[in-house]
Design a protein around this ligand. Sequence first.
Ligand code: FE2
Length: 313
Amino acid sequence: MNTEQNNLYFEFSSVAKNELAAYLKTLDIESIKDPNVFLPIDESKIPHFKKDVERIRQIVEGPQKFLITKKVEALSLLEARYTTWALATMLGQPIVQNDLGHQVISIYDRDRSNTMAKGARYHQTREGGTIHTDNVNTPEVWEYLLFGCVAEGHVGGENILVNGLELYNELKTKYPDVLKILETQFTWECRGVNDSTYLSPIITYTKTGEPIFRHLRPYMESAHNKTNNPLSVEQIYALDCLDALCESAEFQTRVKVKSGEVFVSLDYQSLHGRSCFSDALDTINIVDYLNGKKGKLKRTLDRLWIRKNPINQ
Ligand SMILES: [Fe+2]
């Protein structure tokens, strides 16, 4: 395990927690029956919470790259989803993640019998996946990834976290030949956005020389296939080395985000994955839950992608 557990968790101040709980009581949260829709947050009503959000921004932009906020105990399950939403909207502008215009995507297993091999999308299955960044669908780089845990799974579902700076330093010092290949152009697809493809290295750099990771191997391989542009032996070698480092315990922090907790990361400098999981029998999904069905929820996470500096403002 890489990041010390004590540093991994962030607790909101008591005044921020009380302020948030009191403010959320003034919103008609239960009137919203669509899991992708959230009521707007008035930042001016929760100034202490906002102060904590700025502290969170500093931490994830610093060497640590990710953290998990502890549950605000006073909140109900539905109110706790607004911890994620308030945090996200105060960090920047939520990005639309699909062609339906959704800024929040609920991640849960739609159908136990469906798998990625049969064509299912990763976030709609119970399967584990490769270690990756979410920053792959557009040439533009955005900053923050948030997962708010609505409900934990029955078994498994560990979140696997890798600090990109530590990974980069390992590549630079021990595998410079691999780094050099990762700095060359690969083909990517704008999956979920449109049908086009674009070129980008896996590792580029900020103006101050810090690495920017773009890595989701299955999507990138799909883009190379789609454009009849097979990966070279050298490119496959570099990807194999990168994935082998990502899978090394030395670079991984493994943790299960619990109900009410929110994972926040600087996505382009921290990679993530998850182990496979199983829901219990007879669990219900978030759509049915919001529409009044009684029962235990499936493992459910709310995912947001946040651009720090809003466009057109
Ligand atoms: Fe992801």
